[in-house]
Design a protein around this ligand. Structure first.
Ligand code: HEC
Ligand code: HEC
Length: 426
């Protein structure tokens, strides 16, 4: 649906779409505001928390996308990837937050004025392989390492006998359970609505209150914001895009939905990584499925995540290798200056397959440093950026962020929630 509306807006470039993935001649506008039907939101929410829907029962979407952890977390696993419905099996990627997922556009190519070639943006999952939330929902339900249902019919059977089945009939018609296809379509629509709801995109952080002139940021936080934006220092905003002068908070999702190969260290705790020849190639797998020309140029690329609520997250990056936010920022500053600090196996960029090392971004700030050079950010700069990132925590997750800050002290104090006013209803 969203893909179609982009095309209808006339922004499809004249040059051919790249095998099943459209190339747009202008960046699409930000999505939203959404106004999902309340009955559908309520149903999607019930599905999200329903532990009957896994095989065996006991695991819901919320088991991994835990509201107490900003709708991320790893279902009790401590190794950076989640336990599924069978406790002896874990996944292969870190669980991202389900907050703000409704703002991710479908996968497309776009060529910036000064870019040599079109580059991909958008798409759900860290490799962009799914275009819409309604399509996405089947994936965790069927994934053997997640909710482990055998097939669509098994999912449809569980929904038909759910305590909220009558709600589905009221919202989608008496015939909704007539076929597996109609049942799954209703499930997709309900989940789409829930993920578009205010609960899943609160925009209630101190940063938002500050943009609206209802809160102040500390001098350290403001310094962090400046470093985050400065192209000669952090340069973070070149990918984690935001706009602090816009009253539309969706312009500040802290991502441009683009992809990059930043070569995070290998997570040796992932069981599948015991095989030294096994690499998570990211975006190029999607490119292969869609028949792109030369998909291998995208191996090692992962989608730039939103940094909203990043201070609440238990684990960072697609492979969950980091647990401390300060480490993540320090990694950016010193990746190529002190590679031995990050790449424990002795090989720099050790989670990128050797034949794809040429894809790793070594050109843009802050990656363009080499051994012996001065880092673009010193310790105080890193602390300031972390302090700024902590202003991106939405009101419902402030307590969780404070708890996490106590476990990993980083820059220390998180200001008390009472120091700012909660936003009024939009
Ligand atoms: C066992 C853990 C687990 C369960 C259960 C689970 N997920 Fe996920 N979820 C993940 C992981 C891991 C990813 C990232 C996968 C990837 O990028 O390939 C993910 C990604 C997502 C995303 C994409 C976010 C983004 O920014 O691209 C959404 C939305 C999502 N899940 C919703 C759901 C819904 C809805 C359910 C229930 C039907 C669910 N998940 C159940 C682990 C889980
Ligand atoms: C060239 C693009 C680019 C730049 C510049 C960049 N990032 Fe990122 N960032 C990414 C990508 C891509 C990922 C995901 C990588 C992965 O999962 O392997 C990421 C992930 C992160 C994460 C982890 C989020 C999560 O939920 O796991 C944090 C925190 C972060 N970046 C902060 C920063 C900061 C701070 C800066 C500036 C010092 C910065 N980034 C600069 C592209 C970029």
């Amino acid at each position: 649906m969203r893909g179609k509306s982009l095309i209808a807006a006339g922004v499809l470039a004249a040059s051919a779409a790249i095998a099943g993935t459209p190339q747009l001649s202008a960046m699409p506008g930000v999505a939203g505001p959404f106004s999902p039907a309340p009955a559908r939101v309520a149903l999607g929410r019930q599905v999200f928390f329903d532990t009957r829907l896994s095989e065996p029962a006991g695991t819901s979407c919320a088991s991994c996308h835990d509201p107490a952890q900003g709708f991320a977390g790893n279902h009790g696993s401590r190794i950076g990837v989640a336990i599924g419905s069978r406790p002896d099996l874990v996944g292969r990627r870190n669980v991202p937050s389900a907050l703000y997922a409704a703002y991710v556009p479908p996968l497309f190519f776009y060529q910036d004025d000064d870019a040599p070639a079109p580059t991909p943006f958008g798409g759900l999952f860290t490799d962009g392989r799914v275009d819409s939330l309604s399509e996405l929902v089947r994936n965790p339900l069927l994934n053997p390492l997640e909710m482990h249902n055998r097939d669509d019919a098994a999912i449809a059977r569980k929904l038909r006998t759910a305590p909220y089945a009558d709600g589905f009939r009221r919202a989608f018609g008496a015939d909704v359970f007539k076929s597996t296809t109609s049942t799954l379509a209703a499930l997709g629509a309900a989940m789409d609505a829930f993920l578009q709801s205010r609960e899943m995109a609160p925009f209630s952080s101190r940063y938002d209150a500050w943009v609206q002139g209802r809160a102040t940021l500390t001098p350290q936080e403001l310094r962090g914001l400046k470093l985050f934006k400065d192209p000669d220092r952090g340069n973070c905003a070149s990918c984690h895009k935001f706009n602090e002068t816009s009253t539309n908070p969706a312009r500040s999702l802290f991502t441009d939905f683009g992809y990059d190969a930043i070569a995070v260290p290998r997570n040796r705790a992932i069981p599948a990584n015991r095989d030294p020849r096994r690499f998570d190639d990211g975006l190029c797998a999607t490119g292969r499925t869609r028949g792109w020309k030369d998909p291998d140029q995208w191996c090692g690329y992962f989608r730039t995540p939103s940094l909203r609520n990043v201070a609440v997250r238990e684990r960072y990056m697609h492979n969950g290798v980091f647990s401390d936010l300060r480490d993540v920022v320090a990694f950016y500053a010193t990746r190529s200056i002190e590679p031995e600090r990050w790449y424990k196996g002795g090989r720099p960029f050790d989670d990128v397959a050797p034949r794809h090392l040429g894809n790793v971004n070594v050109a843009t700030m802050p990656y363009n440093r080499r051994k012996g050079m001065k880092p673009a950010l010193d310790d105080a700069d890193i602390d300031a950026i972390v302090a700024f990132l902590r202003t991106l925590t939405d009101a419902p997750f402030e307590d969780a962020a404070r708890r996490k800050a106590r476990q990993n002290p980083g820059t220390g104090l998180v200001p008390a929630a009472s120091a700012y006013a909660l936003p009024s209803k939009r």
